[in-house]
Design a protein around this ligand. Structure first.
Ligand SMILES: Cc1ncc(COP(=O)(O)O)c(C=O)c1O
Length: 368
């Protein structure tokens, strides 16, 4: 078995009829790009954010998100947030100043949060709200993507696609779409290979363990660099054609079911671990199941020996970002979660039977 948090591509999907899945995946976004970071760059341009403006940013955001701001000379002030609690305005009110232009909010792990309080805070203070839905697959019942002045998505994380990012612009006329993406046959073959490996038909897990496997996942050094910033590019024609064949509502249901199985399992772990969220979500589909586990690194290594590649997902704060206004602050919640959180795969290519098997192996790993 070889399982990661990213979904693999069953061959049967190549034969399905077109279903219009891409728009549904990204809450009916208007513009598609190669990555979510491209959508963010375009959104910042369109919103008119400029050099010297200040944006409040969760302390856990990854470097690819931060780069879009640094590239424009935007200053950042990090804030600490417990993703398991509703996002309250008190969290932010002491952090704004006259130069603050926007608040960035992430639906962590793709578990949808209610941003009503923050939306009204932004309206009162005349601030932009940037909503990050990169970890979330929107279904018809989800509200996510509609809170922000603009929101970004990364469908490539939730659908088996070689690439894919999207922008939903909620203010006035959306930016023009970018077309002209080329084919990505190599990306398609990798996703098919990952599916064969999931079924135990290709020894990717063995090859990965020879190359050090889990150690790569645990190497979380928050050292910021701008070296790999690239200008936005269009989504590949391969991803557009593939996404169009996907039944997004079916995928949302499958992910929510797997999440529920993981949630019930984690509630029985006692001091070995616990779900980050008290309740399992029921509308948008999450990226992964977040487990809080003091023995996180040991679990990641043990799981990898069974071919299950868990992902830490929650970044420690990047303190050496150019233009960061509070590099010396402490972020107790984000720092603790960066050490103890792990993402368990729940994607749609994992059948309920395989999900139970996977949880059994994780259980064994935790109790060893
Ligand atoms: C929370 C979050 N937002 C945005 C992004 C950017 O998405 P992409 O990798 O498609 O650019 C990522 C991932 O890298 C992410 O983890």
């Amino acid at each position: 078995m070889y399982v990661t948090v990213l979904p693999s591509l069953p061959l049967s999907l190549l034969r399905g009829p077109p279903r219009g899945g891409l728009g549904q995946a990204a809450a009916y976004a208007q513009c598609f790009y190669r990555y979510g970071r491209d959508a963010l760059h375009v959104g910042l341009e369109r919103a008119g954010l400029e050099k010297g403006d200040i944006v409040l940013m969760p302390a856990s955001m990854c470097d690819v998100v931060l780069r879009a701001f640094v590239h424009k000379g935007i200053l950042l002030r990090l804030y600490d947030r417990d993703p398991a609690l509703p996002m309250a305005r008190e969290l932010l009110s002491g952090l704004t100043c006259p130069r603050t232009r926007a608040i960035y909010v992430n639906h962590d792990f793709g578990v949808e949060s209610d941003l009503g309080a923050i939306r009204s805070f932004c309206d009162e203070k005349n601030l932009l709200l940037i909503e990050d839905c990169a970890h979330l697959l929107s279904g018809s019942r989800a509200r996510a993507g509609r809170w922000g002045d603009f929101s970004i998505f990364s469908p490539r994380k939730l659908l088996p696609l070689p690439d894919g990012g999207a922008l939903r612009w909620n203010r006035d006329a959306p930016p023009s779409p970018v077309l002209g993406g080329t084919r990505d046959t190599g990306g398609l073959l990798k996703l098919l290979a990952a599916h064969l490996a999931l079924k135990g038909l290709l020894p990717i897990a063995t090859l990965k363990s020879w190359k050090g496997g889990a150690e790569d996942l645990l190497r979380l050094a928050p050292d910021f660099s701008m070296t790999s910033w690239e200008p936005p590019s269009p989504m590949s024609s391969t991803s557009i054609a593939l996404a169009d064949r996907m039944d997004v509502e079916g995928i949302v249901t499958a992910r929510l079911q797997n999440y529920q199985l993981a949630h019930e399992w984690a509630l029985r772990l006692g001091e070995k671990g616990r779900p980050l969220y008290k309740e399992a979500p029921s509308s948008a589909a999450p990226f992964s199941f977040p487990l809080v586990c003091e023995q996180r690194d040991k679990l990641v290594r043990m799981a990898a020996s069974h071919g299950i590649y868990l992902e830490p997902t929650y970044n420690p704060p990047y303190r050496n970002v150019p233009g960061l206004l509070n590099p010396d602050s402490v972020f107790p919640v984000s720092e603790r979660l960066a050490r103890t959180l792990v993402s368990i795969p729940i994607h749609q290519a994992i059948s309920p039977r395989l999900m139970r098997r996977l949880l059994k192996l994780l259980d064994k790993s935790l109790r060893t």
